[in-house]
Design a protein around this ligand. Structure first.
Ligand code: FE
Length: 286
């Protein structure tokens, strides 16, 4: 830690709420838009985790998106994505799909297993007004190209997006060049292991603990609980007596009005009406 650097502390806690989405997939909504700008540019985080096929089998049949990005991170299981452009991608354990809906995409996300554990996350990241109507695109990122950085104490950090700087240099994740400059780390903290990571001071940041328990600046967070982090240049993470695993996310705020209607996220109500009209008339995707 350099002199004068502020360590981010835990702000508001994020308690996930059980819900269903798609054709009846059971999931936990960790947060959703409408809870102030402290999470800007992030709009929503869902966690899905079940050994019961009845909780996930129905999947997410054909549906539209406009105006933002969805990031799907599979921890366990097998899901297939298909879109109106004819793209098809398989998501298996450890893979990530980064989809930019832009002007519009119509896609399905369907489980490809009838038993076993299905576990992962879907994150929604907003796009600035200037990029909301750009052409849709997506990237399938296989687990093997996601760098894993090993730190003292047996800590490992999967760098899905952003950059991590250690004593031996810096490592960049496979996703870059986005205007929100997202940081997306999956961090495994063994018992009592401790690390300090830099985070851009310009960014809003939050964590979500999905295994065990951790502490940030001495304050404990247990499995299933997230927290918005306050301002600072660094964050200090520590595993509790049995260790823990968390997502650490940060992004540069967009600072624009957000109007959301289901799968459409725009800046004004008129743009939402246009999205609905475009979808109903078959012009969503251009
Ligand atoms: Fe979707």
């Amino acid at each position: 830690m350099k002199k004068g650097q502020r360590a981010r502390r835990i702000g508001r806690l994020l308690h996930g709420r059980p819900t269903t989405d798609g054709a009846g997939v059971k999931l936990v909504r960790v947060f959703a838009h409408g809870q102030s700008g402290e999470l800007d540019p992030f709009l929503m985080l869902d966690e899905f985790s079940s050994y019961d096929a009845g909780d996930y089998l129905a999947g997410f049949p054909s549906h539209p998106h406009r105006g933002f990005e969805t990031v799907t991170y599979m921890l366990d299981g097998h899901m297939q994505h298909e879109d109106h452009l004819g793209n098809r991608g398989d998501l298996k354990s450890g893979d990530v799909q980064w989809m930019t809906a832009g002007r519009g995409i119509i896609h399905s996300e369907m489980p490809q297993q009838h038993e076993g554990r299905m576990r992962g996350f879907q994150l929604w990241i907003n796009l600035p007004a200037a990029e909301k109507m750009k052409p849709a695109s997506y990237r399938d990122i296989p687990a093997v190209i996601i760098p894993v950085v090993h730190l003292d104490g047996g800590i490992s950090v999967k760098v899905i997006a952003g950059e991590i700087t250690t004593a031996t240099g810096s490592v960049c994740g496979p996703i870059g060049g986005l205007s929100t400059e997202p940081v997306y780390f999956d961090i495994d903290l063994p018992p009592q292991a401790r690390c300090t990571l830099p985070l851009p001071a310009t960014h809003n940041a939050f964590v979500y603990v999905f295994e065990g328990a951790i502490a940030i600046a001495g304050a404990a967070l247990t499995q299933g609980v997230g927290a918005v982090l306050d301002d600072g240049e660094i964050v200090t993470l520590e595993g509790d007596a049995s260790g823990g695993r968390l997502l650490l996310l940060a992004g540069k705020p967009i600072g624009e009005p957000v109007v959301q209607h289901g799968p459409f996220v725009m800046n004004t109500a008129a743009e939402i009406r246009q999205a609905i009209t475009d979808y109903q008339s078959g012009r969503l995707t251009g």
